[in-house]
Design a protein around this ligand. Sequence first.
Ligand code: UD1
Length: 326
Amino acid sequence: MKTILVVGGAGYIGSQMVKQLLATGNYHVVTLDNLSHGYRDAIIGGDFVLGDLADRTGLDHLLADYQFDGIIHFASFIEVGESMQQPGKYYQNNVAGTLNLLDAIISHGAPPIIFSSTAAIFGEPQYTPIDEQHPTQPINPYGKTKWMIEHILADYGRAHQLKFTCLRYFNAAGADPEGQLGERHQPETHLIPLVLQAASGRRSHLTIFGQDYDTPDGTGIRDYIHVYDLCQAHLLALEQLWQGADSTAYNLGNGTGFSVKQVIETANLVTGNTIPIVMGTRRKGDPARLVADSTHAKLKLNWQPQYADLTTIITHAWQWEQQLIR
Ligand code: UD1
């Protein structure tokens, strides 16, 4: 049985990853999380270690205690707006924290690592859909932290024979198809959970951030990818590294963009409610359209998304929202 460390395994995507790893029956899973944004009750099995990436000694103890065969690293701050106000917080946690992790990893046998990157490394798109060759010019500190870590990984890979895969998520969405896990961000800033909170009455309305974009209905277009499919890609990427593949990066999305208005219309149908909306102004740093070209992941990882349909993504997120309000 292989042993895998999931860093940030108490969070939205990390906890789903732990569940899917355990479901295979093939892995011993250890979660490291500082619980600053994650939830202890979201870790449904395996071992749990409370710890922070700032604690290099703690990381060394953890890596000495277990012989990890692979690491999946989700832990980071993710709010674009906050990163503009408090860049230091992002560079400290995301970049310096990851450096500590990488230094600990290379001094304990350098097991391969899967890194959660983001479409935000591309900045304002020069063309869509966005493939792996698209220039990277992040426009906010959050995106820059992920971009820097991709470069740091490349240098560590060359110098220390560390194998890695960077997965650039487009818009992670949906919830555990079995209804056990889902998004619980504090504060919530993502479109789909906010729309569903407005549908359930937890929120008075949803504000549409701008309707003057150069898109068919004027609202921003994003590529929503189901959290389950995202996690499957992590497992495939890790297996590929174990089989001797070279380090690389993959863009992960469904290749179809949906506007804010299309998301709201779909949510109206799924929930049977009419979601109250307010027209607002553009949010700083939001590009008009972000859509992934995931051909590379489909070909090289044999990745086949199971829940690509927006209605399914929103249906699973709605199941989860209804559990939260119960
Ligand atoms: C952003 C980042 C992404 C990051 C993610 C993590 C960019 C371009 N994208 O995704 O890399 O991983 O955050 O948190 O920086 N919207 C509204 N009203 C709302 C909320 C959102 O109209 O109340 C709109 C946004 O303007 C956007 C779309 O909905 O067009 C999706 O927004 P959101 O869910 O916040 O994700 P991104 O900003 O795309």
